[in-house]
Design a protein around this ligand. Structure first.
Ligand SMILES: [Zn+2]
Length: 412
């Protein structure tokens, strides 16, 4: 403990502050479950649904709070015991040079973090989701998903980390060069995702010829939205929750409908959801989000460059010298409150985008009714919070609450 080191004070305030903020917001949101449902949502949440909904949302919140509390306790304990300094010293003994050592430190910390999260992911899937009838995942799929994610991190993440650590050890303009490199990586990933990454987890099958396919192609043609293919995705192997998405851009773009969406929704409702997704595309939301992400990354790298130059920053965590790989890990801890702030901005933009896509879908469908029907059905089936606390919406919601979306669709 060194209270005269400002980096130490800032990092400790960061982790404790963010943890307590999350905790308070979760409690406020839970307290709102007790309120009577507003009249316009009474059809969506009939009496018998409300009890199920309360139980589901509070069970989920319990897992979240336990996950965050365990993470915080593990971090503070590791820090207190000089874990960061010991890890760095052990890795240095391997004698593999600063860059490779840095990547090993990053790999060890990432692995530890994902192992720590594993029991909570299992609790959430096989405890909460299972009890409330959403889970369709077997232990085999669960283990497979986690192993594949780890393998992807090793194959894609570690080489990228190697480049960034190398830059910070060798280049005076490292933040700028790292930014250009990571920008290129994100564009490449957005492009690769639908063709290479997603098929590792989901099975895409072409939607078979029939009235639905006809209607989708007719809608896409009318909205002048070239579609390469319409696929069905086997979401039902994991959860009974329904979804639809677009992935990628340019020629790799694909429309994917979860098989669970087809089971529970009528044709008009499915078309309305697709029109909403096409709206995101027509309003250029993908490039806007990419640009916002890159702007945040620029800010982060500039601050990182500044922190890595300060031996006091490392000393705050009990690390000697200024090893860049360890610096990246430590900066992740310090950055949390700023991440919350940039997250607020990103989520606010995302909620605006949802309203725009809803408005587009209303025009495309010649009225708001079909989209309103499917939004109501999705909120009911997924047991979404009927009236989340405004702070929870600011902090966590990428989509506006149901009541606001319905009101906007109703307005003329
Ligand atoms: Zn949307």
């Amino acid at each position: 403990m060194n209270l005269s080191n400002p980096w130490f004070v800032a990092a400790l305030a960061a982790v404790l502050g963010v943890f307590h903020l999350e905790l308070v917001v979760r409690l406020l949101n839970l307290a709102r479950l007790g309120r009577p449902v507003p009249p316009e949502l009474e059809d969506t949440y009939p009496e018998e649904t409300r009890e199920k909904l309360q139980a589901y949302i509070s069970d989920g919140a319990r897992v979240d709070v336990m996950r965050e509390a365990t993470g915080l306790a593990a971090l503070l304990l590791f820090w207190w015991c000089g874990g960061f300094g010991t890890l760095q010293a052990e890795v240095n003994l391997l004698g593999w040079g600063p860059v490779t050592s840095g990547v090993i430190v990053i790999a060890v910390m990432m692995l530890a973090q994902s192992l720590l999260g594993l029991p909570f992911a299992a609790w959430d899937t096989f405890g909460v989701e299972e009890r409330h009838g959403f889970n369709r995942m077997t232990w085999r799929t669960f283990a497979g998903d986690h192993l594949k994610s780890l393998a992807l991190m090793a194959v894609l993440g570690l080489p990228a980390a190697w480049v960034v650590v190398w830059l910070f050890h060798h280049e005076p303009l490292a933040p700028l060069h790292a930014w250009l490199f990571l920008a290129a990586v994100s564009v490449l990933m957005t492009w690769l995702a639908p063709r290479v990454l997603m098929p590792l987890f989901l099975k895409f099958t072409p939607l078979e010829a029939g009235p639905l396919r006809e209607a989708i192609l007719e809608l896409a043609g009318r909205l002048q939205f070239p579609v390469q293919e319409v696929s069905i995705v086997d979401g039902s192997r994991r959860s009974s929750k329904a979804n639809a998405f677009f992935a990628g851009f340019g020629r790799t773009r694909r429309i994917a409908l979860f098989d669970t969406l087809l089971q529970n929704h009528g044709q008009e409702e499915i078309l309305a959801i697709l029109a909403h997704e096409i709206g995101h595309n027509k309003c250029r939301h993908v490039p806007v989000n990419l640009a916002l992400g890159l702007a945040e990354m620029g800010l982060m790298l500039a601050l990182l460059g500044w922190a890595l130059k300060s031996p006091d920053f490392f000393a705050a965590f009990g690390v000697r010298g200024t090893p860049a790989g360890m610096g990246l890990v430590l900066f992740g801890i310090l950055y949390q409150p700023l991440g919350v702030l940039t997250g607020l901005l990103g989520l606010a933009v995302s909620r605006r985008h949802e309203f725009q896509a809803d408005a587009y879908a209303r025009r495309a469908m010649g009225g708001g009714r079909p989209l309103m029907d499917s939004l109501r059905k999705l909120s009911h089936d997924h047991l979404s919070h009927p009236q989340p606390h405004p702070l929870a919406v600011w902090l966590h919601y990428s989509h506006p609450p149901l009541a606001e979306r319905l009101a906007a669709l109703n307005r003329d």
